[in-house]
Design a binder for this molecule. Structure first.
Ligand code: UD1
Length: 339
């Protein structure tokens, strides 16, 4: 079964391509290479044993997307990762985010409207802001967005609801990711941050290997047991498998319309706990210091994953130690074998 994977050479996209092949699907990758590397296609080839179909395409180009859809008529599912995702950049360049994230979504939906597509959308726990109750459930209120990036995820979910309400014969699942980290066990694919990493785990591994001098822990006086922020870190391979589970659920005739799922482990870890897990797993001491809080950071969030377990039939299996060891193996690989 052909599955279009937009942004399929990115961090989560590439891991999902592997899991799709493992589950017997036939992925077709579309990527504009704006935040990914074409050599990831060779890395995927090494893992899955053949080169998956790949098209370099800007999904904001409506005509190009229509032509693509006219040629690829037997696509049965779409996993839509392609989007800009840097929170800080989105504050400085809001129009880039509204253009990239909305145009691509609308163009893809438009091109395949009326084709009974199963559509998986990459959403984020950022839509909950700082939840009133933890763990946060899918029916928690969506808080005012903290950034244009967060707003694109909130509005995208509204767009998807409106499409279903209009009587579309597509089915849609929106997966609300918590914090994806780690890498494939082969260490052939992983996160490839451009420039200085903004996210915690790539900053940890780059510091440990000597690319960065010191990790700053943003805030040590939060109202948490050790004073540092808490997040629900999830192994990217578990997250990738959640997309396969979403497709399987939509293939059932009992599934109708649209649904939303938290994709996390259900367990929060503080920044200091992540650092300790990294040090214990790898045996490498990390140079870090507690610094002032980062503007706009949320104090603590982790997900209630009961609904995902019950309806999506999916659960995270890999623990924090595996997340750290695989991220470290990838950092070592990519340092010795730059793409
Ligand atoms: C961020 C975004 C989120 C987005 C996600 C995508 C914000 C407020 N949220 O999540 O919307 O979906 O990235 O990947 O930007 N930390 C440090 N030192 C560092 C880096 C991070 O202490 O050098 C801490 C942060 O304060 C935070 C935790 O590590 O507590 C995780 O940070 P990060 O990896 O940036 O993810 P989020 O902020 O949770």
């Amino acid at each position: 079964m052909k599955i279009l994977v937009t942004g399929g050479l990115g961090f989560i996209g590439s891991h999902t391509v592997v899991e799709l092949v493992n589950a017997g699907y036939d992925p077709i990758i579309v990527d504009d290479l704006s935040n990914s590397n074409i050599k990831i296609l060779d890395q995927l080839t090494k893992i899955i044993g053949y080169t998956p179909a790949f098209y370099e395409l800007d999904l904001c180009d409506e005509q190009a997307v229509k032509e693509f859809a006219a040629n690829e008529t037997d696509v049965k599912g779409i996993i839509h990762f392609a989007a800009s995702k840097a929170v800080g950049e989105s504050v400085k360049l809001p129009l880039k985010y509204y253009r990239n994230n909305f145009f691509s979504l609308v163009n893809v939906l438009n091109a395949y409207e009326g084709k009974s597509i199963n559509f998986v959308f990459s959403s984020s726990c950022t839509i909950y802001g700082q939840p009133d109750k933890l763990p946060v459930t899918e029916d928690a209120p969506v808080k005012p967005a903290q950034s244009p990036y967060g707003n694109t995820k909130q509005v995208a979910e509204e767009i998807l609801k409106d499409v279903i309400a209009s009587g579309s014969n597509n089915k849609i699942i929106s997966l609300r990711y918590f914090n994806p980290v780690g890498a494939h066990e082969s260490a052939l694919i992983g996160e490839l941050p451009l420039g200085i990493p903004q996210n915690l785990v790539p900053f940890i591994t780059q510091t440990a290997i000597g690319k960065r001098e010191k990790l700053m822990v943003w805030g040590g006086n939060y109202n948490t047991p050790d004073g540092s922020c808490i997040r629900d870190y999830i192994h990217v391979v578990d997250l990738a498998r959640a997309h396969v589970a979403a497709l399987k659920l939509m293939e059932k005739s009992t599934f109708k319309g649209i649904d939303f799922f938290n994709i996390g482990t259900g367990k929060g870890s503080s920044v200091l706990e992540v650092i300790r897990a990294f040090e214990n797993t790898t045996g490498v001491k990390l140079n870090y210091e507690i610094a002032a809080p980062r503007e706009g950071d949320i104090e603590q969030v982790w997900g209630d994953v009961t609904k995902s377990a019950e309806k999506l039939n999916w659960k995270a299996r890999l623990d924090l130690s595996t997340m750290m060891s695989s991220a470290w193996d990838w950092e070592n690989y990519i340092t010795q074998n730059p793409l």
